[in-house]
Structure formats: C-alpha cells, structure tokens
Design a protein around this ligand. Sequence first.
Ligand code: HEM
Length: 403
Amino acid sequence: MTTTPTAPAVPLLPAPHAGTCPFGPPPVYTEAATTAPVTRAELPDGDPCWLVTGYAEVRTVLSDRRFSADIRHPAFPLLVAGARKELITDNPTFLRLDDPEHARQRRMVTGEFLVKRVEALRPEIQRIVDEELDRMTAGRSTADLVADFALPVPSLVICLLLGVPYEDHDRFQSLSRTMLSRESTVEQLRAAQDEVLEYLRDLTTRKRANPEDDVLSRLAARDDLTAEDVAGTGVLLLIAGHETTANMIALSTALLLERPDQIARLADPAALPGAVEELLRLLTIVHTGLPRVALEDVELGGVTVRAGEGVIAMLSTANRDEAVFGGADHRATDELDLDRDARRHLSFGFGVHQCLGQPLARAELQIALETLFRRLPGLQLAGERAFRTESFIYGMRSLPVSW
Ligand code: HEM
C-alpha cells in the first residue's frame, strides 16, 4: 500500500476550466484518473487531500460510513480558502451532517420529494414550462435562454413547492449565486449566508402564524424541529432546488445545439428519461466534487487514506469510466450518446446523502427539454455563450438563442 507521497499529483483543487472543452471536466482531473483512481491533491488553504477519480472508489467514499460528511470535523476538506474559521456554524444543514442527525432531519422532507409525489406535480411543471416559453417567445425571435427560461422554470417550481413568494426570487437568486461562487470572499459568503437564513427565518415565522399548503408551512408546524432547523433546510432546498436544475437545462440545451442529430431522441417518450440520464452523466454539474473526511484508516484504490485525511470524490471522472458506461455499441464516454444506458451515473451522488430532489430534477429536465425542442424546432445559437466556471455548480451565465 502507498502511503502519503510528498508531492501532490494535482496541485490545487478546484482546478480551473480555462481553455478546455466547456462540457467536460478540467483535463487535470481526467489525467489524474488515467494515472490512478486515488491521487494526492492540495486544497486552497494548502492542506493536502486525496482526489478520488475512479468509479468504484467514489462510490466507496460516498457510501462507507468511515467517511464523514460532517463539516464541523476539524479536517473536513474545504474548497474555499479561509472558510474554516469564518463560515462553519454549529448548526449545518443536513447535507453536511452524519447520521443519525442527518437521517432525522432528512426524514422530515423525504415525503415531499418522493417519486409518486413528484409525478403528481408533472401537470403543474408542464404549465410553468409552457407559460415561460409563451413569455419568452411573445413578439420576438431571440432570447437569453438562461435568464428567460432555464432559471425561471426551476425557480418557480421550488418557490411553489416551498411556499416562497416568487417576487423575492431576485434577492435569493443573487444571494445563492454569491454562496456558490468560488470568487466570493469569506466576508461576502458570510453576509450572503446570514441574509438568506434571516429571510427563511422570517418566512418560517410567518408560515407558523398563517400556514398554507406548502413544504415550509408543514415544516414550521412541527414541534420536533427548531426554527433554525427549518430555516436551514429551507435554504438548502431553495438553493439546491433551482441553481442545479437551471444549469442543467441551460448546459443541456447548449450541448444539444451542437449535436442536432440527437435532438430527435427527446421526442420519443420511451427514450426521453434515458436521454436525460445521459445528459446528467456527461455534464456532471457538481463538478468540483464531493468532500468527505476519513474517520478511520481506509484502503482505497491502492493507497491508505488515514483517519483525519480529507478526500474529494470527483463525480465527473467516475461518470466517464469506460468499463461502466462504455462498450462497443456506444460512443466514447466523453461524448454524448442519448441511447446509452447511463442510469448508474453518480451525478446525484451516492449513499445516504444521495440527492433528495432527484425525482423533481428529472421531471423538470424531461419536461423542459422535450417542450423546448418540440415548440421551437428551429432553435439555434445566436451569439457568444458564457459559461459559469467560478461556481461550485457548473453551468451557464448566458445562452443567446433564436428560433
Ligand atoms: C440536476 C439537478 C441536481 C443535481 C445534479 C443534484 C446533485 C446533488 C448531489 C451530487 C448531492 C449529494 C451531495 C453530497 O453527497 O455531498 C445532492 C444532495 C442534495 N440535493 Fe440535489 N441535485 C439536483 C437537484 C436538486 C433539487 C431540485 C433539489 C430540491 C429540491 C435538491 C436537493 C438536494 C438535497 C436536499 C440534498 C442533500 C441530501 C442529503 O444530504 O441527504 N437537489 N444533490
């Protein structure tokens, strides 16, 4: 077994995207993956950590209880310099807690995002998608697909579900952008975190006084959750609920406009769910990887990860594993192939923290992409695209289109 080598193979995480294929991970990760499934890397604070790029190893990190997601652990790997002292609260959201506390809080909202529940929402999602397309196309033939479609659709859906007034979306959208940006200073991150929590705290108090038929009202009514727990969960759902899906809609559209021969697959109801899985696999928008810390020594991919060492599980390289997703009948795994069976992708994570909102994200993506290309068959790129490389969630800043 290899123990900690002196020089890191990957100098600094997260790696820049500059000058590379905008739909793929930074080459430094794919190169690391060809060397070994687990390699040394360095965090922005200068701390060493392990970069885990192999499919099997990523699944182990995310499902083995010897790896913790508790951000309060003193060696938890942080992708923002200087964040440890400033940003870690005593009361993190359940995304960054271990069981049993993680399970206790997650259980409070699992029912809201079950497949059956989301299936019943499809007509409502379809209505929102149609209305946004009506608005986008009314009296014009060009638009910015990000601002006019990809962002408002998931934003409206999550606001509706949570019971957050959509009029406030400008405010929380800019706050969540700051919270997800690697370019934000620690002070800006802290201010945004405080403001969005304050907003949710206020809203929770109002819901407690005047409950409605929405997730926040139901959470606010529980006496086994503190107001702080409800606000924290509200922030997590609000941010995870629109930034992720919005970027997937925009990136998928940009990629499909470069692969027009594959767009027809979206029109086949039997092929649509699989096509969306392939887009999720290839685009892997959580592109900076998932952080964990080892609680015990673990043998992983030919090295010993010592207790107290940080690991970053890189979903994008795991999702390109030829042994899992390749095969003679398919294009190489760094290419789009809407007929590929991509269901084993790790874009929603794996293990106990696996994405709670995945049935919702799938329904939104299927409806948004199918409707967009059906209603606007002449959709094409109409200017310079801008990608969002500075965010922890990869995506697009703007996508000018015409039809
Ligand atoms: C394409 C869209 C989405 C992607 C790619 C995505 C990806 C992910 C990933 C990778 C994780 C695991 C994080 C970890 O293990 O550290 C996660 C967790 C989570 N996601 Fe999503 N997500 C998406 C949409 C959504 C939506 C629409 C919602 C909610 C309404 C949501 C809510 C959550 C929550 C609450 C967690 C934390 C689960 C836990 O810790 O138990 N996500 N997501």
